[in-house]
Design a protein around this ligand. Structure first.
Ligand code: NOJ
Length: 695
C-alpha cells in the first residue's frame, strides 16, 4: 500500500442526504476511486451502498471494500423508544432484543456499523443529548452497554445479520459545563472513573468493535487528542484493540480547541493519541502524509491504525464478501414488518406513570366523551424523537390514532383550538398531549429553561380550569420542570419519544391494556436550579435537617427532586417484606445473596421492578448515599407473591480508594431493596465484611 492508500483507509466521509433519503450525488465517487475513502456513513439502502461498494472494489487499485456506518440510536426503519425512555424499562433482555432487531434492519439495508450505543451517564437535562443516553446511573448504564453491544453484534460481527457497535462518546461528555453542548467539561478524576467510565468498560467486556471519543475535553485535553485516556487507559490498561473513530470533524476541531496549530498538527496529535479513523475532519487526508514526511508521525503509527481498520473490515466479513449486507439478508421491508410488535412492547414498557390521583387512569372502555387535545395529540412524526435518519415518519402512530383503535366504544373528540371551550366543558376526561417537539432534544439542543411555551401553558390552564378530570401525556427527551402540571393535573404520563408504535403503546398504558411498569432512569428535577440532580450523591457534613439554617439546602426550593430515580406508578399495588441475606458476615471476595418477598396486593395483574442499592457508610473515602447494584422485574397476578433474589458478587462492594484503586474496605455495608431511590420506600439490612485471613 502506498502512504496515500493507507491514509485513505483512515478517512471516513458522509454521503449527504437528499430530501427524500440518502442521495448518491454529493458523495464524491472520484475520491472513492482515488482510494481516499475507507468508510462512508449516512448512506443506507442496499442498492445505494452496493453501488458505492462496487466503485471501491472494482475501480480502486487495491480493491479494498468500504464499510458503511450509520447512527442507529434507537432503531433503524422501525423505531424503538429513545434510549432515555428505553432505559426506564429496566429490562436488559428487552434492550438486547431491540438491538438485535435494529441490527437486522440495518444490516439488510447495506450498513455494517452503527454509531451506538451512546453511553454518556447523564445528570444534566439542560444537555439535550440526555435523550440518547441510558440516564443518570453508571450501573444501569453498564447493563445497557452490555445488552446493546451483544444485541447489535451477536456472537460474530461477520454475520450478515449483525452490525459492529461503537460505544460513544468516550467519556464524560454529559458533564459539559452548565449543560451546554460541546462546552468544556469539569470532572474530578473520581467522578470520571466511578461514573463515566464503567459503561464503556462493560461495552469492552461485551466485545464492542469501536469507540468514539467525545467532542469534549477531560482535564483540559480534548478526548480526540487525549493520549492519556485513549492510549494509556483505553488501549494499554483496558487492552482495547478495536477501532477508535473520531466524532464528526473532531480531529480538525483540535485546532479551535487550542491544542493544535493546523490540520497537520491535529492529525499528528490525534494519531498519537490512538484515533484510527478521521470522520469528516479532513485532517488525516490533508495532513498525515506531510506529518510523516516531516517526521512528526512514524509510518509504524500509520500502519497500526490501518491494520486496525482492515481488521475491522475482515471481522465484518467484508474482505470475504464486500456485499455481505447488501441483499443476502432479505429486504429490510420484510424484516421491519416483524418489528412492530416489539416496538409496541418496548414503548409501553418505557412510558412512566408519574402521577395518578383518585384512579383517574386507566380510561374505561365505556363512558362519556374524552377530549384529546394539545400540539402533540396527533403529531405522529414527532413520536420519532431525534435520530431517526432512515425512518418513514408517516408510519409512526400518534396517540390520537392509538386511542381511537383502543377505545372503539367511546366518543373521542379532537377539537380545534377554537372548539376547546365547548368540547372540554362537557368532557368526561381531558387528555392533553404536551411537551417538546422531536427536534428540541438531541445534539445541539441545550436549554436553560425546561418549561413549556406560553401557548401550552395557556391550554393547560384552560383545561385545568374546567375542573374535568385531566390527564397530561408529556412528550420529551429529558425531564421538564413543570411543577404546575404535576400540582394540577390528575394524572401525568412521561411519554418521552416512544418511536414507531408510540400511539398504540400509550393507548395501552392509558386504557390499562398494559399496566404501566416503567421507572425513571433519571431524577426529575422540580427546577432548573437543582441541576445537576441525581440520587447517588455523597453525604454532606451538614445534611438537610441538622439545622434549620446551616444545612445543605436551598432557601427557595426543597432539595429532593419532583420524582426520584426509579419512580413510576402502576394500576396495582405491591408490598415487600422479609428482606434477608444469605449471611450476616462475609469475607472479602465472597458473594452475597439478597432476597425479598413481593406481593401484588392490588386488584390488577402487573409488573414490579425492584432495585438493590448498597451503601458503605464508613470508608476511607466518602461513598455515595446509595449505589445501584441490581434490579429485577416480576409479573404478579393479584394476590400472588414471589420471592425475588439477587447475587451480589464481590465487585458489588468495591469502590475506589483514595489512590483510585478498586478495593473492598472491610466493615459494615447497608443493603437496601425497594422500588426506587427514595430511602423511605426501601427495606434495609446490614452486612459486615471482614478482612480475608490468609492461613
Ligand atoms: C455527531 C455526534 O456527536 C455523534 O454521536 C454521531 O455519531 C456523529 N455526529 C455522526 O452522525
Amino acid at each position: 500500500m502506498t502512504l496515500a492508500e493507507k491514509v485513505g483507509q483512515l478517512n471516513m466521509v458522509t454521503a449527504h442526504m437528499a430530501d427524500t433519503g440518502p442521495g448518491m450525488a454529493p458523495l464524491d465517487l472520484d475520491a472513492v476511486r482515488r482510494g481516499e475513502v475507507g468508510s462512508v456513513f449516512n448512506l443506507w439502502g442496499a442498492e445505494n451502498t452496493a453501488r458505492v461498494q462496487r466503485v471501491a472494489v472494482e475501480e480502486t487499485r487495491l480493491g479494498i471494500p468500504l464499510f458503511f456506518g450509520f447512527d442507529v440510536v434507537h432503531g433503524h426503519r422501525t423505531l424503538f423508544p429513545v434510549p432515555i425512555a428505553e432505559a426506564c424499562a429496566f429490562d436488559p433482555d428487552l434492550w438486547q432484543r431491540t438491538a438485535v432487531h435494529a441490527a437486522r434492519e440495518t444490516s439488510a439495508d447495506g450498513v455494517d456499523l452503527t454509531f451506538a450505543p451512546m453511553l454518556d451517564v447523564s445528570r444534566d437535562p439542560r444537555w439535550g443529548r440526555m435523550v440518547e443516553s441510558p440516564g443518570e446511573d453508571a450501573w444501569l448504564g453498564m447493563r445497557f452497554a452490555e445488552a446493546k453491544v451483544r444485541g447489535f453484534q451477536g456472537d460474530d460481527i461477520a454475520s450478515p445479520h449483525a452490525v459492529a457497535a461503537t460505544a460513544k462518546h468516550f467519556a464524560g461528555y454529559a458533564a459539559s459545563i452548565a449543560g451546554r453542548d460541546y462546552a468544556t467539561v469539569e470532572l474530578s478524576e473520581r467522578t470520571f472513573r466511578e461514573i463515566h467510565l464503567p459503561p464503556f468498560q462493560s461495552a469492552l467486556a461485551a466485545g464492542v468493535a469501536a469507540i468514539m471519543p467525545a467532542f469534549t475535553d477531560y482535564s483540559a485535553v480534548p478526548l480526540t487528542g487525549n493520549a492519556a485516556i485513549l492510549g494509556d487507559l483505553l488501549r494499554q490498561s483496558w487492552g482495547f484493540d478495536g477501532v477508535i473513530l473520531s466524532d464528526y470533524g473532531a480531529i480538525a476541531e483540535l485546532v479551535p480547541h487550542g491544542v493544535a496549530a493546523d490540520l497537520q498538527d491535529a492529525a499528528t496529535v490525534a494519531l498519537h493519541a490512538g484515533v484510527d479513523i478521521d470522520m469528516m475532519g479532513n485532517a488525516y487526508l490533508s495532513g498525515l502524509e506531510a506529518a510523516v514526511e516531516h517526521g512528526k508521525v512514524s509510518i509504524d503509527l500509520v500502519d497500526t491504525a490501518v491494520v486496525r481498520v482492515l481488521r475491522l473490515k475482515h471481522a465484518l466479513g467484508l474482505l470475504d464478501d464486500p456485499f455481505r449486507r447488501m441483499g443476502e439478508n432479505g429486504t429490510w421491508e420484510a424484516i421491519a414488518s416483524k418489528g412492530r410488535d416489539l416496538a409496541r412492547d418496548a414503548a409501553r414498557r418505557s412510558a412512566v406513570l408519574l402521577t395518578n390521583r383518585s384512579g383517574t387512569l386507566p380510561l374505561a372502555s365505556s363512558g362519556g366523551p374524552i377530549v384529546v387535545a394539545g400540539p402533540l395529540a396527533n403529531a405522529w412524526r414527532e413520536m420519532a424523537g431525534p435520530w431517526a435518519g432512515a425512518v418513514d415518519l408517516e408510519q409512526n402512530v400518534s396517540l390520537a390514532f392509538g386511542l381511537e383503535q383502543a377505545l372503539p366504544g367511546r366518543e373521542l373528540r379532537f377539537p380545534s383550538e377554537d372548539e376547546h371551550g365547548a368540547a372540554m366543558a362537557d368532557a368526561e376526561t381531558i387528555v392533553l398531549c404536551l411537551g417538546e417537539t422531536a427536534e428540541m432534544s438531541g445534539e445541539a439542543t441545550s436549554r436553560t429553561k425546561l418549561d413549556l411555551d406560553e401557548d401550552q401553558r395557556r391550554l393547560f390552564d384552560f383545561a385545568a380550569g374546567t375542573g374535568r378530570p385531566l390527564v397530561v401525556v408529556l412528550f420529551c427527551g429529558r425531564p421538564l420542570t413543570v411543577p404546575w402540571i404535576f400540582e394540577r393535573a390528575d394524572a401525568v404520563v412521561a411519554a418521552w419519544f416512544l418511536g414507531s408504535e408510540a400511539g398504540n403503546a400509550l393507548a395501552d398504558v392509558l386504557t390499562g391494556a398494559w399496566n404501566p411498569s416503567g421507572r425513571l432512569s433519571v431524577s426529575w428535577p422540580r427546577d432548573v436550579g437543582q441541576i445537576p440532580i441525581f440520587y447517588g450523591q455523597r453525604p454532606s457534613g451538614r445534611p438537610l435537617g441538622v439545622d434549620p439554617k446551616y444545612s445543605s439546602r436551598y432557601i427557595d426550593s426543597p432539595n429532593d427532586p419532583q420524582f426520584v430515580f426509579g419512580h413510576g406508578l402502576s394500576y396495582t399495588a405491591f408490598e415487600m417484606s422479609d428482606l434477608r441475606l444469605s449471611a450476616t458476615n462475609l469475607k472479602v471476595g465472597e458473594s452475597l445473596e439478597v432476597s425479598v418477598d413481593l406481593r401484588n396486593s392490588g386488584d390488577r395483574a402487573g409488573e414490579q421492578t425492584l432495585m438493590v442499592f448498597l451503601r458503605d457508610p464508613v470508608a476511607s473515602v466518602s461513598r455515595p448515599l446509595l449505589e445501584l447494584r441490581g434490579f429485577a422485574s416480576v409479573f404478579l397476578e393479584p394476590g400472588d407473591s414471589e420471592s425475588v433474589s439477587w447475587t451480589l458478587g464481590p465487585e458489588a462492594f468495591e469502590g475506589l480508594d483514595a489512590g483510585m484503586r478498586r478495593t473492598i474496605e472491610p466493615g459494615v455495608f447497608e443493603v437496601f431493596v425497594g422500588p426506587c431511590a427514595d430511602v423511605e420506600q426501601l427495606l434495609k439490612v446490614s452486612i459486615s465484611i471482614e478482612e480475608k485471613t490468609i492461613n
